[in-house]
Ligand binder design. Structure first.
Ligand SMILES: Cc1cc2nc3c(=O)[nH]c(=O)nc-3n(C[C@H](O)[C@H](O)[C@H](O)COP(=O)(O)OP(=O)(O)OC[C@H]3O[C@@H](n4cnc5c(N)ncnc54)[C@H](O)[C@@H]3O)c2cc1C
Length: 381
């Protein structure tokens, strides 16, 4: 297992559950045992969840695995299935699960400037939380889910918050423009400034950031900056391995790569979606948790297994006290209708359809109805 987080841990559990009794080595470049990332922008950042509560493993769990933590995999010898580590050692295996996830994208030229943060790891969250507790003016670059959650948490902590988004509206990609506008209106509801349709030219400050410079010439004063401009799959270490890379590890519908005995799962993996006829990489907790079962089945079978139809991708987000849930793919829809609630109340249940058939569903503070629609969506799929 390369990658000791949600997808790697889930694959290790699947292996044991499916009867694998042999040696199991889990390699991770962070020093921590697997922990949960979603609270890093929510309860943990707000200070209402302790570090111990992030642990993904119960005390009683023993996967009989050897954990190599704090060491990076730097290469994979495909034919030999040997993983080379940064300390010069090598782990040979009959099967390899690639679960190296994704890393936060950064802004060029901002390295070493104090007050500038990204948020992907526990260490990132600790550093950001320490600064947020001091208060001040926060500028979040990027109005996607993580940017929006950080803005919401910081607002609740009493900071003065501005979100800068290059696109005309935040979340137009994942939710479509109409519904993206409703979700992003949550910022304005709470007095958080949202500057859309303008890019960031750079940051200013000597040793510490003091403002964000926009492409239209404006300058937004900042004590703290969070760069939330997406994530890139951690796959550089696979260069030259013979594995096909294209926005992540290109896999079949069961997680198998082109190399025998090597599968990929979680945020780093771009699985083939037979219904859509294309590869998709999804960065959602539920996919990293559920899909390793199928990949491990294929790994243990040593070849193709009948892939079960994966459930439509699902994610949730908590912003300004509103629970946002989304399942399916908005991109293929030709209509969106609000089935329940009112857009002004921010409690809608909206269904996306293509040629009259549901392809995605969005809920804002509608958990029960959302779950019902999510099941229907899975059944239809
Ligand atoms: C702040 C935050 C909030 C989120 N909130 C939500 C949410 O509300 N809802 C939702 O659905 N999803 C959310 N997500 C996404 C969700 O957490 C991810 O989809 C999930 O963590 C993916 O798990 P993974 O194991 O594939 O990858 P990761 O969790 O990224 O783990 C990959 C691990 O591999 C390690 N690694 C990378 N390269 C190497 C290497 N070469 N050698 C060894 N180890 C390596 C990494 O350091 C990391 O520990 C959130 C993510 C973040 C960061």
């Amino acid at each position: 297992m390369v990658g000791a987080s949600l997808a790697g841990l889930s694959a290790a559990r699947s292996l044991r559950k499916q009867g694998y009794d042999g040696r199991l080595v889990v390699i991770g470049d962070e020093l921590h045992r697997p922990y949960d990332r979603p609270p890093l922008s929510k309860e943990f950042l707000a200070g209402s969840l302790a570090e111990a509560d992030l642990a993904l493993e119960p005390d009683t769990e023993d996967l009989r695995a050897q954990w190599l933590l704090g060491v990076r995999a730097v290469a994979l010898d495909g034919p030999q299935r040997a993983v080379r580590l940064a300390d010069g050692s090598e782990v040979r295996a009959d099967g390899v699960v690639i679960a190296t996830g994704a890393a936060a994208r950064t802004l060029p030229g901002t390295d070493g400037l104090a007050g500038v943060h990204t948020l992907r790891t526990l260490d990132d969250a600790r550093a950001l939380r320490d600064e947020l507790t001091l208060g001040g003016r926060l500028v979040v670059i990027g109005g996607g889910f993580i940017g929006a959650e950080v803005a919401s948490t910081a607002y609740a902590l009493g900071l003065d918050v501005t979100v800068v988004e290059a696109a005309p509206t935040p979340l137009a990609g994942p939710l479509g423009e109409t519904m993206g506008t409703i979700v992003s209106a949550l910022h304005a509801d709470h007095g958080v400034r949202l500057l859309c349709g303008v890019g960031v030219k750079g940051l200013s400050g000597e040793r510490r950031v003091d403002s964000v410079l926009l492409e239209d010439g404006r300058s937004v004063p900042a004590d703290i900056v969070v760069v939330g401009v997406g994530a890139r799959p951690c796959v550089e270490w696979l260069a030259g391995s013979g594995i096909e890379l294209d926005d992540g590890v290109k896999c079949g519908a069961d997680g198998r790569t082109g190399l025998a005995g090597v599968v990929a799962v979680g945020d780093c993996a771009s699985w083939y979606d037979p219904r859509a006829g294309l590869h998709r990489r999804v960065e959602h907790w539920t996919g990293a948790r559920e899909r390793p079962d199928a990949a491990v089945a294929a790994l243990l079978a040593g070849g193709a297994v009948e892939p079960s139809t994966p459930r439509p991708p699902y994610f949730w987000s908590d912003q300004y006290g509103v629970k946002i849930q989304f399942a399916g793919h908005a991109a293929g829809a030709d209509s969106v209708t609000i089935e329940e609630g009112a857009r002004d109340d921010r409690n809608v249940l909206a269904v996306y359809r293509r040629s009259g058939h549901p392809v995605a569903v969005l809920g804002m503070n509608q958990p029960r109805l959302f779950m019902r629609w999510r099941k229907q969506l899975a059944a239809a799929a």
